[in-house]
Design a protein around this ligand. Structure first.
Ligand code: CTP
Length: 437
């Protein structure tokens, strides 16, 4: 085993990360636990990539250690008894998971593993790829010593993704997706033998054997990558998306749409003046599934237990985007644009924007997002009451009518708004209802 000390690199980490590692190392030493930080953090440290997720492994009782840490750090912790792991509820960006070093055995392919305590070597040996099977000793006496039983350091230098053992993809087929995710994220190459193993597992349809909820989580991780499009293209070329729905493979047109998502999403995120979270992964998923028929689309969302709102967004996009695009082609007033676009979730809006090829349609969606959505009227329910109107459901209708009129440039100031209310809304509805508003 190679023994290199990377303490110097650790000193390039933000102060709070280094302090947290030292603290954990000191407590472990005091309690007599050999302690390591493992997996993604070590890989990213050596690659010079920012990563504040600390996966801590102790040779000993991980849950007891986590409890001890949580009380000394004055934070809560959640234990997952089945795997002997725990998560500290830290209140800063440094996340801490603690685990007992363990051995794993899989009872049958794609099952959840049976675990029992083991050494750090056992713990690293059960992992997916050599680059993820590196550990750093963080105990006080040996702080920063790299623990590398499987030549992970060499593979990092070679930019190679190498499975640790031959049935790794059979034991856990989600690793097929992980291999592609790391390959595209870091621009690495899946090493030749590993690639053969991966293709064998695909031929055996191992992905289809995984529980759908696990597949969903792994697939969402792919769609959240900044290289999501490259991952999708890679999967499409290798095996298609039969693990989501039989025979699902993307054609050029869908790929062209998917390619534009990242750019549109970043443009929106960096420029949209209001606070609103957009789930970029959902944009990818909606386009990916757009050409399934409606029943199958819903079936997929249910089987994978996505949220109802996510299924609804995908259905609206599938069913309504073409009609919306053709309505937006016509010369229409801002209030009409508003009525068409306002009910849509942002994810659908952005996908419709991507699908629009007509510059005028794109302009309308842009105007909606960056202008119309910021327009507000002066009056509100309280003021309508102060004007002597009886509160009720008609308030909402009146305020909307005012908003539509303002969007269409019928008035600007509050005085003009009041005049418009009297002459164009109240007078008309009064006449219609025989004197009542
Ligand atoms: N792991 C594994 N097999 C899996 C999932 C995870 O062997 N199917 C191991 C890997 O050693 C991995 C570690 O568990 O490094 C932590 O998993 P996770 O947090 O999912 O991955 P990271 O490597 O931290 O990747 P990311 O940067 O995407 O968070």
């Amino acid at each position: 085993m190679t023994m290199e000390n990377v303490a110097k690199r650790l000193h390039t980490q933000p102060q709070e990360v280094l302090a947290r590692l030292r603290f954990i190392g000191n407590v472990a030493q005091e309690l007599g636990y050999p302690v390591y930080v493992v997996g993604g953090f070590v890989r990213d440290l050596l690659l010079g990539v920012e990563d504040y997720d600390l996966d801590i492994v102790v040779e000993g009782d991980g849950i007891h250690f986590a409890k001890e840490l949580s009380s000394r750090l004055h934070v809560g912790f959640v234990k997952h008894k089945q795997f002997g792991t725990a998560t500290l509820i830290t209140h800063d960006k440094v996340k801490v998971d603690v685990a007992t070093a363990r051995q794993e055995t899989y009872e049958y392919p794609a099952s959840l593993p049976k675990v029992k305590p083991g050494s750090i070597k056992d713990d690293l040996a059960r992992r997916d790829f050599t680059i993820n099977a590196l550990a750093l000793d963080i105990s006080r006496n040996n702080f920063g010593a790299l623990v590398d039983f499987f030549h992970g350091r060499k593979d990092l230098n070679k930019k190679a993704i190498r499975a640790l053992y031959d049935i790794s993809f059979i034991d856990d087929p989600t690793r097929i997706l992980r291999a592609i995710r790391f390959e595209q994220r870091f621009g690495f190459t899946i090493e030749r033998h590993t690639f053969t193993l991966l293709k064998d597992a695909l031929k055996k349809h191992m992905l289809e054997a995984v529980h759908k909820h696990r597949l969903r989580d792994e697939f969402i991780l792919i769609l959240k990558e900044s290289q999501a499009f490259k991952c999708i293209k890679r999967i499409n070329g290798l095996c298609g998306f039969a693990f989501i729905e039989k025979k699902l493979r993307l054609k050029k047109k869908a790929l062209n749409t998917l390619k534009k998502i990242e750019g549109t999403y970043t443009w929106f995120r960096d420029n949209y003046p209001h606070k609103h979270k957009v789930e970029v992964w959902l944009l990818y998923l909606m386009v990916l599934l757009e050409h399934l028929d409606s029943m199958r689309l819903k079936k997929v969302f249910k089987e994978f237990a996505f949220r109802r709102s996510e299924m609804d967004a995908a259905s609206i996009f599938k069913e309504e985007s073409s009609a919306m695009l053709s309505r937006l082609k016509a010369p229409i007033a801002p209030s009409v644009i508003y009525k068409i676009l306002q009910p849509l979730p942002y994810e659908v809006l952005l996908c419709v924007f991507i699908k629009a090829h007509d510059k005028k349609v794109k302009d309308k969606i842009r105007d909606f997002l960056f202008t119309y959505k910021s327009i507000q009227i002066h009056l509100n329910g309280e003021e309508l009451k102060a004007l002597g109107m009886a509160p009720g459901p008609q308030f909402k209708r009146i305020l909307l009518q005012l908003l539509y009129a303002k969007l269409d440039g019928k008035f600007k100031t509050k005085e003009e708004e009041l005049i418009y209310l009297r002459h164009n809304i109240l007078a008309k509805s009064c006449a219609k209802n025989g004197g009542k508003v």
